[in-house]
Write a protein that binds this ligand. Structure first.
Ligand code: HEM
Length: 155
């Protein structure tokens, strides 16, 4: 008897063929180590992280495996989580992206680093825009695709 697939096959391709789960683990560990020693971001996270760092790092590894490897394991809702962080500024996102981009350069091939940084930039932009109720609000300068190169060369 031939088998019948009720759902069409979904292509679950990673965002770049060179990206591995091990690299994602390194990315998250190195990025949040840098965050915890950053004068702008460390206090912001300290004020807003509800639990310990270890479970947060595990959650973030699952999130990035879902985004980059399409693992489908992350089931959270980042928008309401970040809306609860009332003391966050546009410059904090810019700094977040600057650090994240520098770590991507260390961990991934340069082509994959661009793909990962651009994915972070798109998600950061939607997290930022979700904070405004103005439908005509302009995206901030750091969300423009061309600014990725500037972010990478600034560390
Ligand atoms: C300055 C910028 C940011 C700050 C200060 C920040 C801070 C935080 C904090 C404090 C939490 C944990 C909240 C809790 O423990 O309840 C969190 C969770 C999270 N953040 Fe961010 N974040 C920033 C940017 C981003 C960006 C750009 C991304 C994605 C590209 C991101 C993705 C996530 C995800 C996926 C979670 C887990 C949400 C969940 O509980 O399911 N964050 N963030």
């Amino acid at each position: 008897m031939s088998s019948f697939e009720a759902r069409p096959a979904v292509k679950r391709e990673s965002m770049h063929p060179s990206i591995t789960a091990e690299q994602i683990s390194q990315l998250v560990d190195q990025f949040y180590a840098l965050v915890q020693s950053n004068p702008r971001l460390a206090p912001l996270f300290a004020r807003n992280l509800s639990g310990d760092w270890d479970p947060h790092l595990e959650k973030m590894k699952g999130f990035w495996r879902s985004v980059l490897l399409k693992s489908g394991e992350y089931k959270g809702r980042p928008v309401p989580v970040h809306l609860q962080i009332t003391d966050i500024q546009s410059e904090d996102f810019e700094e977040w992206l600057r650090l994240f981009s520098s770590i991507c350069e260390n961990v991934f091939t340069s082509e994959a680093a661009d793909v990962v940084t651009q994915a972070a930039q798109r998600i950061a932009t939607s997290l930022w825009l979700s904070r405004t109720s103005d439908p005509f609000a302009s995206p901030p300068a750091w969300s423009q695709p061309a600014s990725v190169q500037n972010l990478q060369s600034s560390l």
